[in-house]
Design a protein around this ligand. Structure first.
Ligand SMILES: Nc1ncnc2c1ncn2[C@@H]1O[C@H](COP(=O)(O)OP(=O)(O)OP(=O)(O)O)[C@@H](O)[C@H]1O
Ligand SMILES: [Mg+2]
Length: 239
């Protein structure tokens, strides 16, 4: 097992008519943890708790050796800046592609090493777009820029909320390949929300099914898809 990065215990987030409840969950470095589940299951809510945008109502999250609880759920800026999220719809600055990609380095006062940046851009097939204004990019190009921007500062945690939901197969393939390679090489903690079982099967090390705010099953990829333990998982995969 790789090094743990998050440990969650007895976490609850309550909205009117909805309660997310995670009793016990550890996430590891170097692992792609896929979250599957129907709309409204609480996947994004869990992600927002992991990037400390949302405060839980109960419970505790340990991250980087420190404990965070309701009332004390704000890590320092430097800890927050180890964590990055890519959303379904890329939110880019109204600047060219290069400025978008180097922005996270600037705000972190990190060195801008052009070779490393260009090699990420090459792998994502966006090198030739360097000078193009972000608003003129296609959806797939914009999402590849968003991923480059997320990876360029070497995040410890990469949170992906349906990053390929609106993309065509060629773009999906590029993004899956990049995240898989990056995870293998740099060992971040990756949580990847997807509605696509096949995608989870292709990229996930462990797969988690959520329904109605609860975790139904967490299993390694092979067991989850070939011999799930829970009837609800079987129904979900069949459905
Ligand atoms: N800020 C909020 N205020 C009130 N209710 C909220 C808030 N955020 C989420 N919810 C509710 O929490 C529930 C879970 O939402 P969440 O976005 O986590 O689902 P999801 O699994 O990501 O769904 P989807 O697959 O559609 O993205 C939903 O019923 C949603 O309406
Ligand atoms: Mg969601």
């Amino acid at each position: 097992m790789n090094e743990a990065s998050y440990h969650i215990s007895d976490l609850k987030k309550i909205y009117p008519g909805f309660e997310l409840s995670v009793d016990n969950l550890s996430l590891c470095r170097g692992e792609i943890f896929c979250l599957l589940g129907p709309s409204g299951a609480g996947k994004t809510t869990l992600l927002r708790l992991l990037n400390f945008l949302e405060e839980p109502d109960e419970g505790e999250v340990t991250y980087g050796g420190a404990k965070y609880k309701p009332g004390n759920y704000s890590p320092s800026l430097s800890v927050m800046r180890e964590i990055t999220t890519v959303f379904q719809r890329p939110a880019l600055l109204k600047e060219n592609v290069w400025n978008n990609i180097v922005y996270p380095l600037k705000i972190r006062n990190k060195k801008i090493a052009p070779n490393g940046i260009v090699s990420i851009m090459e792998e994502l097939g966006i090198k030739d777009l360097m000078k193009q204004k972000s608003k003129t990019l296609s959806g797939g190009e914009a999402q590849r820029v968003a991923l480059a921007r997320a990876l360029v500062f070497n995040p410890n945690v990469l949170l992906l909320d349906e990053p390929t939901a609106n993309l065509d197969p060629a773009n999906i393939k590029i993004i899956e390949r990049m995240v898989t390679k990056y995870t293998l090489e740099e060992k971040p903690t990756v949580v990847w929300i997807t509605h696509n079982h096949f995608q989870a099967k292709r990229v996930g090390h462990r797969i988690c099914l959520m329904e109605d705010g609860n975790i139904i099953e967490i299993n390694d990829n092979e067991s989850f898809f070939n011999s799930p333990e829970q009837q609800k998982t079987k129904d979900f995969l069949a459905g």
